[in-house]
Design a protein around this ligand. Structure first.
Ligand SMILES: Nc1nc2c(c(=O)[nH]1)N[C@H]1C(S)=C(S)[C@@H](COP(=O)(O)O)O[C@H]1N2
Ligand SMILES: [Mo]
Length: 212
């Protein structure tokens, strides 16, 4: 697990306490959520450990409240339906980036293979760097939610979470775990890394759910 107390987390907790970036404006119809500004580049944000993942040894595990636990190697992942989806990125640090073309596996196509138990309610997404983030199953199963392998036609780079990252476009981007290695289906909600450090449990950009 990444160390909980760092300069970065202290800064973010202080921002949370001060309500930094909160504008109080709400317009659910606007494409650009309140308090966001557009960028055309793609900033890199993470805890600073960017694991190098060997595809030959890579596995994606699906554990917890599922009917069948999965441990899929790269070939098994590639044998699942491959889909394309275009979506916008909204980062809690106030940048948004429009029209990202993702290719990968729809979260629903993967979860269909595992089957959900009745008590399943949320997921924890685990990254190979020790990062964890939580989200409701309903958000994880949104129609444009992906386990992405490609961005704008090219394999995801390591810095952006390659070989496989989550993309949950309708929530702030901290919910989109990079270097995804495990999807843990849980019952009641449990806080992930940033959620324990002042960020919101859900993170809807249009409701400005930046801080919890
Ligand atoms: N595994 C992992 N995933 C992560 C993070 C991280 O530190 N580790 N940071 C999150 C945060 S805070 C953001 S804003 C996005 C940034 O993704 P990007 O670097 O591709 O822009 O990744 C999210 N996913
Ligand atoms: Mo972020």
């Amino acid at each position: 697990m990444a160390e909980d107390e760092t300069k970065l987390t202290r800064t973010k907790r202080a921002w949370a306490a001060a309500g930094k970036f909160l504008t109080g404006r709400h317009d659910a119809d606007a494409r650009l959520p309140p308090g966001q500004h557009l960028v055309t580049d793609w900033p890199v944000l993470d805890l600073g450990i960017e694991p190098s993942i060997d595809i030959a040894r890579y596995r994606l595990d699906v554990t917890g409240f599922v009917e069948t636990r999965l441990s899929l190697d790269w070939a098994a992942l590639m044998a699942l339906p491959q889909s394309d989806a275009r979506s916008d990125i909204h980062c809690v640090t106030t940048w948004s980036r429009y029209d990202n073309d993702w290719r990968g596996i729809r979260t629903t196509d993967l979860l269909e293979r595992a089957g959900l138990m009745e008590i399943a309610g949320h997921v924890l997404l685990h990254g190979a760097d020790g990062y964890v983030t939580n989200l409701p199953l309903a958000d994880f199963c949104a129609p444009d939610a992906m386990l992405a392998t490609h961005w704008q036609g090219a394999p995801l780079t390591r810095e952006h979470g390659g070989p496989l990252r989550a993309v949950i476009p309708h929530l702030y981007f901290w919910k989109s775990a990079k270097w995804l290695t495990r999807i843990e289906v849980i019952g009641t909600d449990q806080a992930g890394f940033w959620e324990r450090n002042g960020y919101h449990m859900r993170g809807d950009p249009w409701a400005e759910e930046r801080y919890g």
